[in-house]
Write a protein that binds this ligand. Sequence first.
Ligand code: MG
Length: 385
Amino acid sequence: MKKLAILGSTGSIGQSTLSIVEQFSERYSVAALAAGHNLDEVFAQTVRWRPRLVSLATEELAAELSKRLRLAGVTGVEVVYGTAGTVACSTLPEADFVVSAIVGVAGLEATHAAILAGKPLGLANKECMVAAGEILTKAARERNVPILPIDSEHNAVHQCLRVGAHDEVKFIWLTASGGPFRQLPLEKFASITPEQALKHPTWTMGRRITIDSASMLNKGLEVIEACRLFDVTPAQVRVTVHPQSTVHSLVEYVDGSILAQISVTDMRLPILYALAYPERPHSTLTFDLASLSHLDFEPPDLERFPCLRLSFEAAEKGGAHCIALNAADEVAVEAFLERRIPFMGIPRTIERVLAATPEAHPATIAEVLSTDREARARARALLAR
Ligand code: MG
């Protein structure tokens, strides 16, 4: 029985993870849940899964959950809060595996702490890898801690890499759905509204990642994530637009062979793969190959999607530029959703923040977080003008 600590339990990856636990209850149980502000959902999850430890964002929320659990007659659950609470979840001695699915750099300290504690990690939080990938992968390598990617593309790459050696890899090909504006002419980009950008053609996800998919910044973050996870250079990572989202990614080997991973577009599959690795359990997540009539692949248009170009530039510089890319985007996306800037204001903001960011390679999580704060402040100051 593998006991899980799930960071970000009320988000979409957290909920999908719990549905895998439900389906494979003979394999997995829940030791700890960390969430933010969604008290009703955490209460329901705690009653259902009876973890030993639960963490919420604030002291007030933790007190309220404790009260509700008492009234419901639920005992044996310790409730904690804040970053220290999330870290307590990710390092809980009885947890055998940590699912890191808190959105943004909020999950960074707990993810790092899990690696230091030697916990195998299922990583759904790409911002952690983008902001602190150099530190996290180094710590994981030193401790021989496996990091299993839950992001669908990287999960596909991980699977395709199992058949070859590292020095045989020529390119990693990340597929991109192209988002809702794949065929929109450039002159119409100026009038894109938040409602249009929030409609993703193939995946249902959180708000920021949906906007990031529309701008292709999400793919850019995934390029950086791939460099860190698989120890390749940005020049070895290529992006191909594949509207069917059926091939989740590919690996091209030096002999000319290209391996692809195909499956349903359902996050439960990469989650199950990460939890069960190196095994492959039987699942009901089948893909109907006969329904597949064609697969399209086309190069991305860097003029309409400058966020992708900016991401490759940041990937080449590494360190502070990757942190600033992510931080500036988060601030800019928020401003776009609040209708303070147009859609193309997102790449403009990122570009200006990157230009003002000095080249640096933070060596500790504290330095990463302060670089992140500086980049956010820079982005806010730009937008306030
Ligand atoms: Mg992805």
